[in-house]
Write a protein of this length. Structure first.
Length: 106
């Protein structure tokens, strides 16, 4: 009986880990849908002719830039637009979005 309980618990832990990782990407994907118009389907565009190509950025660069837009320490001419776009996102949302963007082929 103990072996069955241990096996069940191990399976449950494994399933939770798998679901958590796929949920993370799904949430990033959902958030990214709002970005497609300017940044492209896979982050390939220079948004409004003024941004970096986000598909070429690392997860750390993406996190720093998006959090920088929010706190006013990053950005140039698009600072106000990006701050407005990101203002509804939590730090966790930004992290999930950054992780998702790094899945794009470079």
């Amino acid at each position: 009986m103990k072996t069955t309980l241990k096996t069940t618990l191990k399976s449950l832990v494994l399933a939770t880990a798998i679901l958590s990782s796929s949920t993370l990407l799904a949430d990033g994907a959902s958030i990214y849908k709002k970005c497609i118009g300017c940044h492209g389907v896979v982050g390939e565009k220079v948004a409004l002719g003024k941004s970096l190509v986000i598909a070429e950025m690392s997860e750390d660069e993406l996190n720093k830039s998006m959090n920088g837009y929010l706190d006013g320490t990053y950005g140039a001419s698009m600072k106000a637009l990006m701050k407005a776009q990101l203002s509804a996102l939590s730090k966790d949302d930004i992290s999930e979005l950054s992780t998702y963007i790094t899945t794009f082929k470079k």
